[in-house]
Design a protein around this ligand. Structure first.
Ligand code: WTA
Length: 665
C-alpha cells in the first residue's frame, strides 16, 4: 500500500476518471449519461407521473393505488397509500409461471463451505409453510416479530414469512447483546422471537438462543409469547416449556400454500434499530410499497441486473444492506444470489475470492472495511492474494457503508475488477431504504472516492445550517429536498424524535437531513461524503452512537464515575472507538489500567455487543472540561488521534490531566 501522505493527497485532489467501458454500457438499462439525465429530468418535471409509472411497472398491486404522494402531513409523507400489495408476493409469487420460477434464488454457502441451493418455487413453498407456522402460533397482521438469526436461508425465510402475513419484523444483528435485544423487544412490543440455537462463524459455534433467554430474563418482555428456534447445529440448547418451539415442530402439518396477506402500501414492513447521536437506538420504520419499489428499482438501476447475473451482497441481514440487498431487492428482481454464513477470513483471507470463482459471481457488493482488511492480508500472504483465483465472472463491483478511500478503490478496481468492472460506490443509510447517491455502471464516469451523482428522483443537495444551497467545492450538510418512495416513515413510538432528527425547523421542516457532511466537486458536481456531522461513529461500516457507548460505560457503576467516547481514524475499520474514563477509585497504575481496560471492554460487549468495544481506553482524574463544565470533545478527538494539542486550552479547568490521558490501553 502507498504511504499515508499519498493517501491524503489523493483524497484532496482526485483527478483520475474512469468512464464506463463498452462491456458495462452495452445493453445497460441506463446506458450513457444522456439516458441518466433524461430520467432525472422526467422525475423532476413530473414526479407524480414518474413514480406512478415506476410503481405500476415494477410492482404487483392487489389493489391499484390512485394517489402517488400525499404531502398533507409532511414530513410524514405517504406513498401510493390507497393501494394494497404484499411484499412477499412481490418477491416470490410474482415469478411463478415465468422463467424465474425454476431459477436458483439462493446459493447458500455455510461457514464450513457446504453449499445448498434453492429455487424460487421451493423458496416460495418454504416461506408459505413458515408463514402458516407463524399464524398457527397466533401471530397476526400488524404484530411485531424479532428476528435474531445468522445468515442462512432460514433467516431470509423468517423475514419473508413475516412479510407474507403482514407481521412487521425487526431484525436484530446476531452480534448484539442480550441487553440490546431486550431493549428492542420492549420498544417494538414484539410478540415472538425467531432465532437459531447457535450460529457458525469462523469455525466457531456461538450461542444465539441462550442470548434470547438472557435478554428476555432481563425483564419487561412479557409481550413475547413464542420463541421459534431453528436448529442450525446439532448441539443441545435449553428449552423453555410452553414458550419455545423448534422450526421442525412449528412446521409439522403445515401446508405449503399460504395466500399472501394484502396490506396497505404504508403498512410497516419492518422496523430496524440504528444508532443516532443521542439516546437509545431509533426504530427506523419502513413502508411496504415505497420501500419495495426502491429495493427493486435500485437492483435494476445501480446493479443493472441481468437475468444471468449471480449477485452477492456480503452484508448481514441484521443491517439495512442485508434487508434491501439480500432479503428483498434480489428476490423482487428475480436474481440468483449468494448468501454466505461465514466470515471473510475463514478458513483464510482468500474466502471471498474463492467464493466468487466457485459460484461465478458477476456482481459483488461489499464494504470498504472488508476490502481494506483483505488488502492487508493479501499483502502479507501471497497465498490469499486474489490473483490466485479466477475472478473473470465479475462484471460489476459495489461498495457500501462508509467512504471508500481512493487507494482501496484503486486496489479493488485493479485486483478484483481487473480494470474492467465499474465500481458503484453507493451512498445511503438505514433511513433512506436504498441507494440514493451512486454511480450507474453503464453511464457514470467514475472518480475514486466519490459516490458521484444522485439517482433519478433524489433531490440531494449540500446546504448550510439554514438550509441555503452551497456552491460546488464548499463543504456542508447533505440533505434531500424532496420526498422519495423508500424514505423512513417515522421512528417507531417516537414521531417527535423523527421530526427533530431528520427535518429540522431551521430548514423549514420538510427537508431530509442525512446527518453526513459532503462536498461537490467543482468540475463535475460529484458528491463526496466527508463523514457524519453528529456523534455517530462508523466502525467497520457499523453505526454506533458515542452516547450509547458512554451510557454503557457509566452503567458499570462499581468502577466508572464518568466517561466520554469519541472516534479516531483507523486504517482498517475506518473509525475506531476511543473511550476516556474517570474511575471512582482514582487513576489506576499501569498494571491495573490494563486489566480494568479489558474488564470495561468485556462489559461494553455485554451491554451492546462486541462491535462497540473501545479500541483505546484512556484514564484520567477527570475529563478535560471548560470552566463551565462542558467536556471538550474536540480536544478529546485530537488526543485520540495522537495529535499534538494545538487548540486553545486556556479555558480548560485542569490542564494537567492532558498529560494523564496520553497513555492508551
Ligand atoms: C455512511 C448503511 C460514504 C454514512 C447503508 C451514512 C457512506 C451511514 C456510504 C449510514 C458511502 C454509507 N460513502 N459514507 N458509500 N454508505 N455511508 O445506516 O455516514 O448503517 O450516514 O446504512 O454510513 O449507515 P447505515
Amino acid at each position: 500500500m502507498s504511504s499515508p501522505s499519498k493517501n491524503i493527497e489523493s483524497v484532496l485532489v482526485e483527478s483520475r476518471v474512469f468512464p464506463p467501458d463498452a462491456r458495462a454500457s452495452t445493453g445497460a438499462r441506463i446506458a450513457g449519461m444522456a439516458a441518466y439525465e433524461a430520467l432525472c429530468k422526467e422525475a423532476e418535471q413530473d414526479p407524480d407521473g414518474f413514480w406512478t409509472r415506476q410503481a405500476r411497472d415494477n410492482m404487483v398491486w392487489t389493489k391499484p393505488f390512485t394517489r402517488t404522494l400525499d404531502e398533507s402531513n409532511a414530513p410524514f409523507y405517504k406513498w401510493f397509500d390507497d393501494g394494497e400489495l404484499n411484499a412477499s408476493a412481490n418477491c416470490l409469487d410474482k415469478h411463478i409461471g415465468t422463467p424465474v420460477e425454476h431459477k436458483t434464488a439462493i446459493i447458500f454457502e455455510a461457514d464450513d463451505g457446504a453449499v445448498t441451493e434453492i429455487t424460487y418455487k421451493d423458496l416460495l413453498a418454504r416461506v408459505a409453510q413458515f408463514a402458516n407456522a407463524l399464524k398457527a402460533q397466533g401471530i397476526q397482521k400488524g404484530d411485531r416479530v424479532i428476528v435474531y438469526m445468522p445468515m442462512t436461508i432460514e433467516g431470509v425465510i423468517a423475514m419473508q414469512a413475516c412479510a407474507r402475513i403482514g407481521a412487521t419484523h425487526s431484525v436484530v444483528f446476531g452480534g448484539f447483546s442480550a441487553k440490546a435485544l431486550q431493549e428492542r423487544i420492549i420498544d417494538a412490543g414484539a410478540v415472538a422471537v425467531i432465532t437459531s440455537n447457535f450460529q457458525m462463524r469462523g469455525g466457531k459455534e456461538l450461542p444465539l438462543k441462550a442470548i434470547v433467554d438472557d435478554g428476555i430474563a432481563l425483564g419487561g418482555c412479557e409481550s413475547i409469547k413464542t420463541v421459534f428456534v431453528h436448529e442450525r447445529t446439532l448441539s443441545d440448547w435449553k428449552r423453555v416449556e410452553g414458550r419455545d418451539i423448534t422450526f421442525a415442530e412449528a412446521l409439522e402439518g403445515q401446508g405449503i400454500d399460504c395466500p399472501p396477506e394484502p396490506v396497505g402500501a404504508e403498512h410497516p414492513l419492518f422496523i430496524l434499530y440504528t444508532s443516532g447521536s443521542t439516546g437509545k437506538p431509533k426504530g427506523v420504520q419502513h413502508s411496504t410499497g415505497g420501500y419495495l419499489l426502491w429495493a427493486k428499482l435500485t437492483m435494476d438501476w445501480t446493479f443493472d441486473l441481468r437475468p444471468e447475473d449471480v449477485f452477492w451482497c456480503t452484508a448481514d441481514i441484521g443491517w439495512i444492506t442485508g434487508h434491501t440487498y439480500v432479503a428483498y431487492g434480489p428476490l423482487a428482481a428475480g436474481a440468483t444470489q449468494v448468501v454466505f454464513e461465514g466470515i471473510p477470513t475463514f478458513p483464510n483471507a482468500g474466502r471471498f475470492w474463492q467464493m466468487i470463482e466457485k459460484h461465478k459471481v458477476s456482481i459483488f457488493y461489499t464494504a470498504p472495511t472488508a476490502i481494506r482488511s483483505l488488502i492487508k492480508a493479501a499483502e502479507s500472504d501471497e497465498k490469499v492474494h486474489p490473483k490466485n483465483w479466477d475472478l473473470s465472472s465479475l462484471r460489476i463491483l459495489g461498495s457500501v457503508g462508509e467512504p471508500i478511500n481512493p487507494e482501496a478503490w484503486m486496489w479493488y478496481h485493479r485486483n478484483i475488477g481487473h480494470e474492467k468492472c465499474p465500481i458503484v460506490d453507493t451512498f445511503w443509510q438505514t433511513e433512506t431504504g436504498g441507494h440514493v447517491i451512486t454511480p450507474l455502471p453503464g453511464a457514470t464516469p467514475l472518480v475514486p472516492g466519490s459516490c458521484t451523482l444522485p439517482l433519478p428522483g433524489i433531490a440531494a443537495a449540500i446546504v448550510d445550517e439554514t438550509g441555503k444551497d452551497l456552491p460546488n467545492g464548499a463543504g456542508g450538510m447533505l440533505v434531500i429536498k424532496r420526498p422519495w418512495p423508500s424514505m423512513i416513515r417515522t421512528i417507531w413510538n417516537d414521531p417527535e424524535r423523527f421530526k427533530k432528527s431528520y427535518f429540522p425547523e431551521e430548514m423549514g421542516g420538510t427537508i431530509y437531513l442525512a446527518g453526513d457532511g459532503a462536498v461537490r466537486s467543482a468540475d463535475r458536481g460529484y458528491f463526496r461524503i466527508t463523514g457524519r456531522i453528529d456523534d455517530v461513529l462508523n466502525v467497520s461500516g457499523h453505526r454506533l452512537g458515542t452516547m450509547e457507548i458512554e451510557s454503557a460505560l457509566v452503567a458499570k457503576t462499581d468502577l466508572v464515575a464518568e466517561a466520554a467516547v469519541v472516534g479516531r481514524p483507523d486504517d482498517v475499520s475506518g473509525e475506531a472507538v476511543c473511550a476516556f474514563v474517570v474511575l471512582k477509585r482514582g487513576r489506576p497504575t499501569d498494571a491495573e489500567a490494563r486489566q480494568i481496560a479489558n474488564e470495561l471492554r468485556a462489559w461494553v460487549a455485554k451491554e451492546i455487543g462486541p462491535i462497540a468495544k473501545p479500541k483505546d481506553i484512556r484514564f484520567g482524574d477527570n475529563l478535560p472540561k471548560t470552566r463551565s463544565g462542558k467536556i471538550m470533545r474536540r480536544l478529546l478527538r485530537s488526543i485520540a488521534k495522537g495529535e499534538a494539542i494545538t487548540q486553545d486550552t486556556s479555558t480548560l479547568e485542569n490542564p494537567a490531566i492532558l498529560e494523564q490521558l496520553g497513555q492508551a490501553y
